[in-house]
Write a protein that binds this ligand. Sequence first.
Ligand SMILES: [Zn+2]
Length: 311
Amino acid sequence: MLQTTLQRSFTCSGIGLHSGRPVSVTCRPAPANTGIVFMVETPEGVQRITLGASAVMATELATTLGNGKASVSTVEHLLAALRGLGIDNVEVRAQSEIPILDGSAAEFAARIAEVGTRHYNVYRKVLRVTKPVELRDGHRYICAYPVNTPGAFRVNYFIDFPHPVIGQQQFSLDVTPAKFQRVASSRTFGFLRDVEYLRSKGLARGGSMDNAIVLDDTRVLNPDGLHRPDEFVRHKVLDFIGDMGMAPLPLQGNFTVACSGHQFNNVFLHKLEDENALEELVLSDPEGLSRQSTLPHSTYSSPLAGGLALA
Ligand SMILES: [Zn+2]
């Protein structure tokens, strides 16, 4: 399996969930072995933020990445789209927030599909889960198990909300570029009482029914209703892909998750690192090589590329 990047840059514009102000994000092709890097524009210049569990500075409302000098919020749906669609290398140019758009990853996924991807002649690298790891807190838990299929990332997610529209929902996804669309357009959701509380604190200024499913105690308030009855658990899977996407490389493993959230996901990512349960693996399977060797000449190997460059 070979590393990928975007064929061309794309920009998405919208409002920031926290500030309610217009923001935009531009994703650009990046050399092999760059990974996903955020270049955050600040008054003092552009700050580079690289991924890792410790780059997550806050998880209230949405996930914020930072490096002590700059931060960027609401990264999880963009990261989910990049990981879900198998983009290894990309430079994400942003201001303080990624636009919330419709509260899903649909537009990011559509724009990635539109600009297309290309391969480098450099093997893909992943972080393989090497042993079972479990995190429990009351009814919440996440378990990770090793899996041998190169690059496989599988999620089995369960939620249980005491709400007549949500209740118990379960969704499993073998996350591949072809199957990612099953969760890409599922929107985030929130309860009216929480939205009112956040607004009173000056938070979630950009939050509205344009970018979230909003529920009162008995029903969905959005005039158009739900995309699907299980949109809630599908969005939780999307968030999980994004939150595990904070690891420096894509993860290879099976994950069983119940009733988690951004903060619990991040604690789990730290646990995987702390317990030395992740090992870097270069996906140099012969099958992938013979398949990729038929690629047209538009694929290229960057002069900056390290790793196992092919002849
Ligand atoms: Zn989300």
